[in-house]
Write a protein of this length. Sequence first.
Length: 372
Amino acid sequence: MAFSFTNFAADMFFKREQGKPFIIAGPCSAESFDQLSETAKHLSQLPVDLFRAGVWKPRTRPGSFEGKGLEALEWLQDIKQQYGLPIAIEVAEPQHIDLALKYNIDVLWIGARTTVNPFQVQRLADALKGVVMPVMIKNPVNPDVDLWQGAIERIEGAGIKDIAAIHRGFSGYNTASKYRNQPNWPIPIELKRRNPNLPVITDPSHIGGKRELVASLSQKAMDMGFDGLMIETHPDPEHALTDAAQQVTPDVLKEILQNLNIRSQHPADANMTTSLEYLRQIMDTLDAEIIDLLARRMELSEKMGVVKKDSNITTYQPDRWRDIIETRSERAVQLNLSKEFIISLYQIIHDESIRKQLEILQGRDANNSVKR
Ligand code: PEP
Ligand code: MN
């Protein structure tokens, strides 16, 4: 069956307006014909719009599975014939584009590790001149909306008309985070604000990094008004050669898609949800800063406790406390905060400082045990 996306981006929008997200699914990597065929057989029965599979894999460390290359392109050509699903692959080199054209691939995507490099994106853009094919651009690994925007502009500059963005989360050194890649939702929201006609697809698989997170991230993406989902799907995820922890079976994908609650088909409501989510994200960031600042303030108090102990003075200094109350509430009032609010907040902070300093004066260490 021959497929042609006459207007890929418009198709995504149409789906969203109809309350149906645009769905891209398929394995992280094309591993064997049977694996592809088993996946495609199931996905062709689901509301899946595009079949994905990695043919050349960008691996963090050498020696890992790097994709099946040409062999995989041959398999994908057969899969397309057999199941009638249009096919998308990742391209990272100009010769990948030539081969994708040769093997009748329908859609290309640029991976996060490529988007990060303007030289490489430009090489791809140059190779795309004169090509008519939709291109999806994943966000760069680092949280930089301009770099993402820049990659989109380079591909647009090559004359590609059908462009979509894929939000796959951002690297960060946050070992406490439950995500593989931090979603940083304000970034794709900003991208959408700058490019109102650009479909933005969410990739919950690479954001979550664990299959248990895929359903809730997919719902969140829908709640925020994004246009579709890219979900890695494998017939035997545990034994997948790449991204084994985050892939789901076609049955699980079916369940995820069935349970999705598409909250609003009305743009006004979708915008409202989006801006509320956006404000919440900013609030989360501010709260994290407040807590960091409080921790730093407390550290400072402890250092002052040591000085007070060494110079044998009391922790509670009434003049200092009066001065704190006066200066802080003056500043608060200038910023339209109520004096009562800031005084009660400082009372709690000051009490905690005094408690910490008393521990130091009484010779207790941070673990609250008395020093010998
Ligand atoms: C992928 O889609 O399998 C992939 C390599 O993704 P990313 O570029 O987002 O890491
Ligand atoms: Mn992957």
